[in-house]
Ligand binder design. Structure first.
Ligand code: ADP
Ligand code: MG
Length: 695
């Protein structure tokens, strides 16, 4: 419930959406699949983007790849065929200039009520696919209805099969009408000072914008709210004094020398500085809360391991938590490799989902015994009730969420452990300082010496042959390759490469002795692991995979990555994916296959093709985003902002930060009612949002 609605009183806000006119139980079920169940949810179910209603053109003028609106009538009534699980409905339409095919997926009734003698407006994208040239999933409007919309903006919502954009729009309108907005929780003072629209107006405009400046103003307010609520609450937490808590004292003398003398490479200056900062913290007697920020491949793991080794030397346990089992196993192998040459090796304990129940119990008992060791596991398992009795250091890897809350979800007996969070999200220090206000920050900026920058190429589908030759050359030189496909298996609705068919296809292209395996998220954990192991061990030459390998995977011998349908990924994802190569001393290559001719696809791929710099890529993203784009990028998604994008909304982030300081000054003088609303809202936010972040 939005905290402005009157508490205690019955309001529409918490009602199930079936209370709204025109929303039946069937649509409600579909909405539930989108996480929308109450009227409030619907009000906050912001569109993904807005697109202008197209100017009407004649069929003759329509070009493939464009979104078009044509005024036409049905040549004959629509018919539906089944193709596997898919229902494909087809209709032919015509206007004075020509005829056109329309295709809808799984919407057999969409065109059924149409009068064959009347003209309608069909608005959709003209595509050229396996089934020929057709208008894909056009929306249908009455002629005069469309005339009143032309030139305005159409919201596009996230949806599921069976739930049309029209139906969502209608439900949202009904929700906005019955929603009790109450008074704004931000005092007038703040609204004026930062030139923000009121919450209510912003919310309404976010769905019913008439033009781009409406969208921008509304979005500005909502993004401001997201940042402000977050920073304000985090800074409160910090004020509550984690900093001064007394923690484990870890004696670090001699550790760095001992550890590095066993390493096969020299640490970089940034790595050394980071180790020093960590060692300073963990020997100080106060609890460490530190973030290591470093782009992919900058060498964060070894830094964390040194600290873990120090904890072990002092007779303590330490844990490293990772998001996937593949990563947990990889870290185990890295530890085994690094510690191989040590006289005295720490005991390594792996805790992942694929252990049997009995094995898990045994591991849990081991951990609870408090025996000094290094524990490697997935977040999920370590956070589910393992007794941590002697853990002096907790590391979270590839974790873009918030460290400070993490600790509270661990079952810790006595003293709180030192916390180290490792993130590859490329944000400038100034922003990191604001967002991770509760953490101290170490940055690893320079990559290990001798690393050659990855060479990039953006190619068209016709040039695949060249790419395969590059891959084969690398394999012949003793290296390995990744090929990334967007899909797991064949789908009629999506025209993109899939891991399973692709693997078969290239087995026929590469010589027989080349070992090709595939990997995707739907495989059993054990299977995934075996495949990763055999790739890491060098016995697989080519790994065809979905983005499951996006985070953290480290196989330095892999020197080529080929990304199919590269235009389908966000720039941040492409950058993370590419981070899987260029991890050793050899020259690496990344080949982006572009299968879409649109100008924007070209420009976006040019950005990753031209630069290996995460900061640059993120900032170019801003430039290339259309004015109607609303939702933040994946990288802020990981930070749990709905709309806000840490990079692209940096200016608003700074305003919100400024506001957090302003409300602490004498100048901020809300009246009593305002203050009560403000406080109540912030408490509510903290209870609902911050606590939820802990898993
Ligand atoms: P990330 O920061 O992305 O987690 P990793 O810690 O996985 O990166 O390191 C990437 C690769 O670089 C690993 O293979 C690691 O062994 C290697 N590496 C780390 N530090 C150095 C260094 N100082 N010199 C050479 N190689 C290094
Ligand atoms: Mg890593």
């Amino acid at each position: 419930m939005h905290p402005d609605s009157v508490k205690g009183k019955y309001t529409m806000n918490d009602s199930p959406i079936t209370a709204l006119k025109g929303v039946g139980s069937k649509s409600a079920q579909l909405f539930a699949g989108l996480g929308v169940s109450t009227v409030e949810d619907l009000v906050r179910f912001y569109p993904l983007r807005f697109i202008p209603y197209e100017k009407m053109i004649s069929i003759e003028e329509a070009h493939t790849g464009e979104s078009v609106a044509v005024c036409a009538s049905l040549v004959r009534s629509p018919h539906t065929i089944r193709a596997g699980a898919l229902k494909i409905t087809e209709a032919r339409i015509e206007d004075f200039s020509g005829k056109l095919r329309c295709v809808w997926y799984n919407s057999p009734y969409i065109a059924s009520g149409l009068n064959p003698d009347e003209e309608y407006v069909f608005a959709g994208t003209l595509v050229s696919k396996k089934m020929g040239i057709y208008l894909e999933h056009p929306l249908i409007y009455k002629k005069d209805e469309y005339a009143s919309l032309a030139g305005r903006l159409r919201p596009v919502y996230r949806t599921v099969k069976g739930l049309s954009q029209k139906l969502i729009s209608k439900a949202v309108r009904a929700a906005l009408e019955s929603y009790a907005f109450g008074e704004d929780y931000l005092p007038v003072d703040i609204i004026e000072r930062y030139d923000l629209p009121e919450y209510r107006d912003a919310c309404i405009k976010m769905h019913l914008a008439e033009n781009i400046s409406d969208v921008n103003a509304a979005r500005r307010r909502l993004v401001f709210d997201e940042f402000f609520n977050f920073i304000y609450s985090i800074s409160r937490l910090k004020g509550e004094g984690n900093k001064t808590e007394s923690g484990f004292v870890i004696d670090t003398s001699g550790i760095a020398e001992e550890f590095t003398s066993n390493l096969s490479y020299e640490l970089t200056a940034d790595q050394i500085r980071t180790v020093n900062e960590i060692f300073c913290d963990i020997s100080s007697g106060k609890v460490m809360n530190r973030l290591i920020q470093g782009d992919v491949g900058s060498g964060k793991t070894v830094v964390a391991l040194m600290a873990m080794y120090a904890a072990w030397r002092n007779g303590y346990q330490s844990i490293i938590m990772v998001p996937t089992e593949v990563l947990a196993n990889q870290h185990l192998r890295t530890c085994e490799r690094i510690f191989a040459g040590f006289e005295d090796k720490p005991e390594l304990i792996l805790l992942t989902g694929s252990l049997t129940a009995r094995e898990k119990d045994a591991v849990r008992t081991d951990i609870a015994s408090g025996r000094p060791c290094i524990i490697i596991g997935t977040h999920a398992l370590i956070q589910s009730g393992v007794q941590l009795n002697n853990v002096a250091l907790a590391v979270t890897d590839e974790q873009h969420r918030f460290g400070v809350r993490q600790r509270q979800s661990l079952s810790i007996r006595e003293k709180p452990p030192h916390v180290l969070v490792m993130s590859a999200t490329p944000i400038p220090r100034t922003l990191a300082v604001i967002l991770y206000g509760d953490l101290d920050i170490s940055m690893i900026i320079t990559k290990p010496q001798g690393r050659l920058p990855v060479k990039n190429a953006v190619i068209g589908a016709k040039e695949r042959g060249k790419a395969y030759r590059t891959i084969l050359n690398e394999i012949n030189a003793g290296h390995q390759a990744y090929i990334i496909c967007p899909m797991v298996e064949e789908s009629e609705a999506v025209d993109a490469e899939n891991v399973i068919d692709y693997t078969e296809k290239i087995k026929g292209i590469f010589p027989e002795n080349i070992v090709i395996q595939f990997l995707h998220g739907r495989m059993r954990q054990e299977e995934k692991d075996n495949i990763m192991c055999s790739f890491a061990g060098g016995s697989t030459n080519i790994l065809v995979s979905t983005t499951v390998i996006e985070v953290g995977v480290d196989v330095p011998n892999a020197t080529v990555m080929m990304i199919e349908n590269a235009e389908r990924y966000g720039l941040a994802t492409l950058h993370q994916l590419r981070g899987r190569v260029g991890r050793g001393d050899d020259q690496s290559y990344c080949i982006f296959v572009r299968t879409n001719d649109s100008e924007i696809a070209k420009q976006r791929l040019e950005v990753v093709g031209r630069s290996n710099d995460g900061f640059f890529i993120a900032s170019e993203d801003l430039r290339l985003r259309g004015p109607g784009e609303i939702l933040g990028q994946a990288q802020s998604g990981q930070m749990h902002f709905e709309l806000a994008d840490i990079f692209n909304d940096a200016e608003i982030l700074k305003l919100a930060d400024d506001c957090c300081r302003y409300v602490e000054t004498e100048d901020f003088r809300p009246d009593d009612d305002e203050l009560i609303r403000f406080r109540r809202h912030m408490e509510d936010y903290r209870d609902k949002r911050l606590i939820n972040l802990s898993i």
